[in-house]
Design a protein around this ligand. Structure first.
Ligand code: XCC
Length: 704
C-alpha cells in the first residue's frame, strides 16, 4: 500500500496548492491525528456512564467491563449500532423519496412528475398495488403509501424481501432474519444494544443481519425504485469526471450529498435560458453544474451531469476558488466545509432541515416549491461570481460512460421482449467470464485515495472478472479512466470477447450507494436464470469495499453478507479486538447465511482472497476451471461503434432540442427519458464520440 495521499493527480495537485495556501484538509488532519487504537478495533464500550470501559492489553480477551460485558459483546454491540446507523441513513433517504412521490401523486410537488411510468407499473406489481383502469397518480399514491408503510408497519414482513430467491426467503424465515419494518429493526438493534439487554455476541450480530436487510431489501431498494420512477431509470450516457470539469469562465454550482430531489431541479435551473442570460450579464459564459459523492451519482446517471470527484474531493473543490456555490443535502458532508468555504468566496448552502453546518447559508428545500428554491440558489451563485478571487482548477477530466441499471442490462442481453441474463450466465459457465465483483463504497483519508478501489478494478478485469461499481468507488474508477469504453483493452480476452458481443463495458456504473440494491436484484436474477445454482451464495461473485469510511458502508456490507455474498472490506475491522466476534462474522455467518464479512487491509491479499472465493464457487458449481489462455483476443470492437452511435444519436437529439418520450426502461427500443437539456454544454460534451483517454491520462494504480 502506497504512502501517497492519493493516486489521483488532480488531488495531489490540489494538496500542493493547499500547502501553498497554508490550508489544512482532511488529508493533513489525518497526519496530525491518529485514530484512537482502542475504539478503532471495537474494544471501547461507551454504552453506560460506568465506563467508557477499555478492554485492552495482552489479556483483553479475558477482561470485562464493569458490568461484566466481555470483548465479543462490546465489539458486537458497537458493530450492530454501526449497522443501525447506516440503515437509518439510507432508509430515511428512502422515506423522503417516498414522501416526494406521494406529494407528486397528490399534485403538491410543483416541478416533479412520474417520469418512468413503466417502472411505476413494475414496482406496483411488486407491491400488489392494482394498476388496471387507474391513472398514473392513483397508482403512484398507493405505491408511495405502501413504501411508507414499510417503515412502521405493525404486521407482515418488508414487501421487497419477496424479490429474493425462494431459497433465500426460506432461509431468512427459518433463521428469523426476515426484516419486518425498517424503523422497527433499527429500534430493536438500539434496544438490544442498550446497557444490559442482549449480551450474547452471536445473537447481537444476528440482529445486525436482520437490521441490515431492512436497508438492502427495504429502504435502499425503495429509494432506488422511487428515484427511477420520479427521475427515470438510467440508461447509458457519457460525461466527464474530476475537478477539471469545473469551468474557469462559468458560474460553478457543485451539489454534494445523497438526494436527487433538489439537484434534479438544479439541473433544470442551470439550463434555464433566463438564468443563463443573468449569468452572462454578470460576466460569466454560463452556468456549470457538477457534483460530489452520491448526489452527483444520482444526476450523473440520469442527466449526464459531471462528477467533480468523490468523498475526499469535497474540500479540494472549494480550494479551486472556482465554486460559487456548494449545495449540500445529507450524508458524507464534512463540517470542515464551513470554515473552508469562509476562506473563499464559495457559498456553502445547506438545504435539509436535518443537516445544518455552522457558517453555511441555509436555504431549506421544500418539495412544494422546489423549482423556486433551485432558482434562488442558482441566482445566489450567479451573484457570487463577481466575488471570485484567484482560481486554481487542475486540468484533469476523464471521459466515462455511466447509467447502467438492472433494466438496461436485461435489455442489452436480449432486447425489449426477451431481456434476460442468459448471455452473461453462459459466459460465466463457459469460463469466458471468471466471475463477478462489485467494487463499491467510500474514500477514507487513512488510506491512499482511490488506490484500493482502482487496483481491484484493474486487476479484476485483467483476470476476466466483470466489475460493477457504485458510489465513490465508481467515481474513483472513472477518474482513473476505467469507466471509458476504451478500457476494454485492459480486460482479459474472455471478458473482452463477451463484453464486445453483448455490447457492455467491463466496468458498469450502477449508480449511487442506495443503488447497491441494483446489485442485489442483478445477482438474484443471475442466480435464478439457471446454470449457476439457485441463490446468491452459489455464485462466483464477491463484493468489495476497499476504502470504507462510514456506517452506511457497514450496513451495505452486512446486507450483502446476509443475502449470501462474500464481502471483503479494506482499511481495518471495527471488531478486530475480538477474535470471537471476527469468527462469528466470517465462519459463523458463512455457515448460517452463506455469505460473510471479512476485513483485509492489504490490496494484494484482498485480490488473492477474492479470486480464491470466486474460483472456489466455480469449483463448487462444477464449472470448468478458469483458464486465461482459453480465449484469444477477438480483435474487433463492435461495442465501441455501438456505444458511440448510441451516444451520437443522443447528442443530436439534445442539439435539436428533441425530448424523446417513451420507456426509460428500454431506451434503445423505445427512446429514453434522459433530459439532456437544451444543448447547453455542461462540459460533458456529447460530441458523438466517447473520445479517447485524454493526453494527460493517468494509469491509475500504476503510479501509486
Ligand atoms: Fe461512502 Fe457510499 Fe459517502 Fe461516498 S458518498 S463516501 S457513503 S461511498 Ni454514497
Amino acid at each position: 500500500m502506497g504512502d501517497a495521499k492519493s493516486i489521483d493527480p488532480a488531488a495531489l495537485e490540489m494538496l500542493r496548492h493547499a500547502d501553498e495556501c497554508g490550508i489544512g484538509t482532511v488529508f493533513s488532519r489525518a497526519d496530525e491525528m491518529k485514530p484512537c487504537p482502542i475504539g478503532e478495533t471495537g474494544a471501547c464500550c461507551r454504552i453506560c456512564s460506568m465506563g467508557p470501559c477499555r478492554l485492552v492489553g495482552k489479556d483483553a480477551e479475558s477482561k470485562t467491563g464493569l458490568c461484566g460485558a466481555d470483548l465479543p459483546t462490546v465489539a458486537a454491540r458497537h458493530f450492530a449500532r454501526q449497522v443501525a446507523g447506516g440503515v437509518s441513513a439510507h432508509s430515511d433517504h428512502g422515506r423522503d423519496m417516498a414522501m416526494t412521490l406521494r406529494a407528486v401523486a397528490t399534485g403538491e410537488a410543483a416541478g416533479y412528475t412520474v417520469k418512468d411510468e413503466q417502472k411505476l407499473m413494475t414496482v406496483a406489481a411488486y407491491m400488489g398495488v392494482p394498476t388496471g383502469g387507474r391513472n398514473v397518480n392513483e397508482i403512484a399514491l398507493d405505491v408511495a403509501d405502501v413504501a411508507l408503510a414499510q417503515f412502521g408497519q405493525p404486521h407482515d414482513d418488508i414487501v421487497y424481501t419477496r424479490r429474493a430467491t425462494p431459497k433465500r426467503q426460506a432461509l431468512w424465515k427459518k433463521l428469523g432474519l426476515t426484516p419486518r419494518a425498517i424503523d422497527r429493526e433499527v429500534v430493536e438493534v438500539m434496544h438490544r444494544t442498550h446497557e444490559g439487554v442482549d449480551l450474547d455476541a452471536e445473537n447481537i450480530l444476528k440482529s445486525a443481519l436482520r437490521c441490515s436487510l431492512a436497508d438492502g431489501w427495504g429502504g435502499a431498494m425503495l429509494s432506488t425504485d422511487i428515484s427511477d420512477i420520479l427521475f427515470g431509470t438510467p440508461s447509458p450516457l457519457s460525461a466527464e469526471v474530476n475537478l477539471g470539469v469545473l469551468k474557469a469562465d462559468q458560474v460553478n454550482v457543485v451539489v454534494h450529498g445523497h438526494e436527487p430531489t433538489l439537484s434534479a431541479m438544479l439541473v433544470e435551473a442551470s439550463r434555464d435560458p433566463e438564468l443563463i442570460a443573468e449569468a452572462k450579464a454578470k460576466g460569466a459564459e454560463g452556468i456549470n453544474l457538477a457534483g460530489i459523492c452520491c448526489t452527483s451519482n444520482e444526476i450523473l446517471m440520469r442527466y449526464g451531469i459531471p462528477p467533480a470527484g468523490n468523498f475526499l474531493h469535497q474540500e479540494l473543490a472549494v480550494l479551486t476558488g472556482a465554486v460559487e456555490a456548494m449545495v449540500v443535502d445529507v450524508q458524507c458532508i464534512m463540517q470542515a466545509l464551513g470554515p473552508l468555504a469562509q476562506r473563499f468566496h464559495t457559498k456553502l448552502i445547506t438545504t435539509s432541515p436535518k443537516a445544518k453546518i455552522p457558517g453555511a447559508v441555509h436555504i431549506e428545500f421544500d418539495e412544494h416549491r422546489a423549482p423556486e428554491t433551485a432558482r434562488e440558489i442558482v441566482r445566489l451563485a450567479i451573484d457570487n461570481y463577481a466575488h471570485r478571487g484567484p482560481i486554481h482548477i487542475p486540468d484533469y477530466h476523464e471521459p466515462l460512460v455511466a447509467g447502467f441499471s438492472h433494466e438496461y442490462l436485461n435489455y442489452m442481453q436480449g432486447g425489449f421482449h426477451r431481456g434476460s441474463f442468459r448471455p452473461l450466465n453462459d459466459a460465466v459457465i463457459a469460463g469466458r467470464i471468471r466471475g463477478l465483483a462489485g467494487v463499491v463504497g467510500c474514500n477514507n483519508a487513512r488510506v491512499t485515495q482511490d488506490e484500493g478501489i482502482v487496483t481491484m478494478i484493474k486487476e479484476f478485469i485483467a483476470r476476466d472478472v466483470m466489475v460493477v461499481v457504485t458510489g465513490c468507488a465508481a467515481t474513483a474508477g472513472a477518474k482513473a479512466g476505467y469507466l471509458s469504453p476504451e478500457i476494454l483493452d485492459a480486460a482479459g480476452p474472455g471478458l473482452r470477447e463477451v463484453m464486445e458481443a453483448i455490447g457492455i463495458p467491463p466496468v458498469l456504473h450502477l449508480g449511487s450507494c442506495v443503488d447497491n440494491s441494483r446489485i442485489l436484484t442483478v445477482l438474484t436474477q443471475v442466480a435464478t436464470e439457471g446454470g449457476l445454482g439457485e441463490d446468491i451464495d452459489d455464485l462466483p461473485a464477491v463484493g468489495l469495499c476497499p476504502e470504507w469510511m462510514c456506517e452506511k458502508a457497514i450496513a451495505i456490507g452486512t446486507y450483502f453478507a446476509a443475502s449470501g455474498a462474500h464481502v471483503i472490506f479494506g482499511v481495518g475491522s471495527p471488531v478486530a479486538a475480538s477474535s470471537v466476534a471476527t469468527r462469528l462474522m466470517t465462519e459463523g455467518w458463512e455457515e448460517m447465511v452463506g455469505g460473510d464479512l471479512e476485513f483485509i487491509p492489504d490490496w494484494d491479499e484482498m485480490l488473492a482472497r477474492s479470486l480464491e472465493l470466486i474460483d472456489g464457487k466455480r469449483a463448487a458449481l462444477k464449472l470448468r476451471p478458469y483458464d486465461p489462455a482459453q480465449f484469444g483476443d477477438s480483435g474487433d470492437s463492435p461495442y465501441f461503434s455501438a456505444i458511440k452511435t448510441y451516444l451520437a444519436e443522443k447528442a443530436s437529439e439534445a442539439e435539436a432540442g428533441v425530448t424523446v418520450v417513451g420507456s426509460a426502461v428500454y431506451p434503445l427500443a423505445e427512446g429514453h427519458s434522459h433530459d439532456h437539456g437544451d444543448g447547453h454544454d455542461h462540459g460533458h460534451g456529447h460530441e458523438g464520440d466517447a473520445g479517447p483517454l485524454h493526453a494527460h491520462g493517468h494509469a491509475g494504480g500504476e503510479e501509486a
